[in-house]
Design a protein around this ligand. Sequence first.
Ligand SMILES: Nc1nc2c(c(=O)[nH]1)N[C@H]1C(S)=C(S)[C@@H](COP(=O)(O)OP(=O)(O)OC[C@H]3O[C@@H](n4cnc5c(=O)[nH]c(N)nc54)[C@H](O)[C@@H]3O)O[C@H]1N2
Ligand SMILES: Nc1nc2c(c(=O)[nH]1)N[C@H]1C(S)=C(S)[C@@H](COP(=O)(O)OP(=O)(O)OC[C@H]3O[C@@H](n4cnc5c(=O)[nH]c(N)nc54)[C@H](O)[C@@H]3O)O[C@H]1N2
Ligand SMILES: [Mo]
Length: 672
Amino acid sequence: MTYTVNSACPLDCPDRCSFVVEVENQQVTKVTGSKSHPLTGGFVCSKAKHQVARQNSPDRVTKPLIKRNGAWQPTDWETAYSLIKEKLTGILENHGPKAILHFSGGGSEGLLQSFDQRFFNVLGGPTRPSGCVCWGSGLRAQEYDFGAVYFHSWSDLVNARTIILWGRDPMVTNLHIVPFIKEAKAKGAKVVVINPLEVESVQLADYHVAPRPGTDGALAMAMAHVLLAERELDMDFISDHVYGFEEFVKRAKDCSPQWAQEITGVPAERIRELALLYGKNKPGAILLGYGLQRYSNGGQTIRAIDALAALTGNIGVPGGGVNYGHRYWKMVINSLAGQEFVTETRTIPFAKMASGIAAAQDPPIKAIFVSKFNPITQLPDSNLLKQAFRGVEFKVVLDFFLNDSAEEADLFLPVATSFEQSDIILNSWNEYGLYAEQAIPPRGEAKTELEIFSRLAGEFGLQDKFGTYSREEWLQLAIEPLRELGINLETFKGGPVRCPIFEQVAWEDRKFATPSGKYELFSAGAAEETGDPLPGYGALGPLGDEELAREYPLQLMTPHPKFSLHSSFFTPDLQDLPNHPILRLHPDEGKGRYLAKGDRAIVETSVGEMMAVVELTAGVRPGMAVILEGSWIKDGGGVNRLISQVEADMGGGTAYYDCRCQVRKYNIDSIE
Ligand SMILES: Nc1nc2c(c(=O)[nH]1)N[C@H]1C(S)=C(S)[C@@H](COP(=O)(O)OP(=O)(O)OC[C@H]3O[C@@H](n4cnc5c(=O)[nH]c(N)nc54)[C@H](O)[C@@H]3O)O[C@H]1N2
Ligand SMILES: Nc1nc2c(c(=O)[nH]1)N[C@H]1C(S)=C(S)[C@@H](COP(=O)(O)OP(=O)(O)OC[C@H]3O[C@@H](n4cnc5c(=O)[nH]c(N)nc54)[C@H](O)[C@@H]3O)O[C@H]1N2
Ligand SMILES: [Mo]
């Protein structure tokens, strides 16, 4: 039998596309982009196609596995549940729930994907990671500046006359916004890409500015200096809506373009031109990426960029804004995570997880549960983290494949994919929420997380507390607050739903959610967290360490892969993705090291090393080394073996790119 269902992409990606899923003989055969979606309609990216391959892969695990004497053996669900009950009962009795460390990631983003959290909350609250692996320092920065985080509608981009893609590479990470950038350009907008790499999105740009990694704070402060010196300011906006202007002016006085040239490597004249383009050719929209806040000074960098919009009044106007993400949906849905059941909490920062697990005392970590996340591959210092996992008595991973984290577990539970269950998938980058209808039953013995965690709640006599609703009833409960805004489950089933409180233009009323009610250049909250109330060029960590630079002269950047979402699609059946990671270097860096294209090289940092195949390109600044993240350690990849544990200045962000490395030719003779 052949049929189609309307579904949605569950990935942690800004696009969150509408899908039409084709099913033939109980197998998902194809995914196309549903035309019903006003923003993503019509086409899907390769990650959608990879979801079909993942769904049907012969390597997907569809039976629970238990590790005995170091080897995986198939088992049944009853044995799996009994083992979890036995182990957790002992741990809870002797140490309490905080002895359980729970990772719940963004592997699938449906509303019905938080039952793992609900289960551990109902148990009393486990130890959880704090901070953020993704956008945390920038998010906190925008909260200081604006009071909350909002994104203009993508369709508003066409009103911009200047668009700055600042550390964002939409051709790779946000493909469906590109048509709007192109439309703006066709209407005459100037497009600027600010990125140390010649990324794919440079093909959309009129200008490419390539600062040294981690120095955008200096670039933005010097742009502010130019705007102030040349009076390219919106004085009405500043006097009515900005708090802390005088203090900021004092700081920006010292940040001349000449000063920034030394730091950023961008010529002073170019900085001046860039500032004047943004200040004069209004309105100007900034699309912020997340790469530029993965540094020790990441929060300060975002604050310095936000300040440019405040000085020029590019806030609250069509075609303006500093777009980073939004939280509208969160304000109008109920969380199902059961936070209200938590009696005690303990956290370990994401950025320091590798050392934090072994250091945790009173109680020590006795069990680890992982769902929708691949910590060993994706968190800093994979080698140390692996060692920490090995020191913990009982580990359970819920996933589709035996990835690096799963290989460290004692028990593997196979979960259902998003094609195998119905859900609602919301979005923090555009205004649409989608219903995803179940296309086929779970493959083999795979189960949904709802089924797994309600059964576990039953094992502990907590079924009543956990709740005994059907999937539809849970969804109704989650979207209950939307009812008075005229939206119910049927509305979602009818096609993409526009978030009713989403505003096309952010901050149009200029009522900022800060303590002063104004845009805050001066923030008491920021001062409390970082010691500095004002935006500026913050200090770098390893990148600013001159002693370390002697041994490890290159900055190591590890951005996201186009053909995968992080590690999710580096599965055994997708080995057309490069088997060995590619190391990209500027030709000058290759020359000094006698490296040619195709050579194998060892990349070494203060915490680890790995092998990669060399590619030489002028698209990478001298002084840098670039390897994409996501590949698996068990396949010879795993860039986080190289990344040390560095926390950013705000929001507990993880400073992955504040990293130094050395590269040398792999010499077979040197192996003993
Ligand atoms: N195909 C694909 N799409 C994805 C993802 C994926 O893995 N694959 N991941 C999703 C997720 S979770 C996220 S968080 C987003 C991230 O989306 P983006 O922020 O667009 O991309 P990243 O690769 O995280 O960020 C790295 C970008 O920042 C640039 N960059 C790094 N350091 C600096 C700097 O100091 N200054 C400046 N100006 N630029 C810098 C890098 O060159 C790169 O272009 O993408 C989402 N979309
Ligand atoms: N060096 C370096 N490291 C980085 C980054 C970087 O730029 N450089 N980027 C960081 C960023 S922005 C992010 S967001 C993180 C992402 O890190 P992760 O959240 O670990 O992302 P993935 O590698 O996609 O892993 C998600 C896992 O969830 C599984 N999964 C999918 N759906 C389900 C489900 O319904 N249930 C269960 N139980 N499992 C499911 C997938 O198979 C996959 O194994 O990585 C961070 N790490
Ligand atoms: Mo992310």
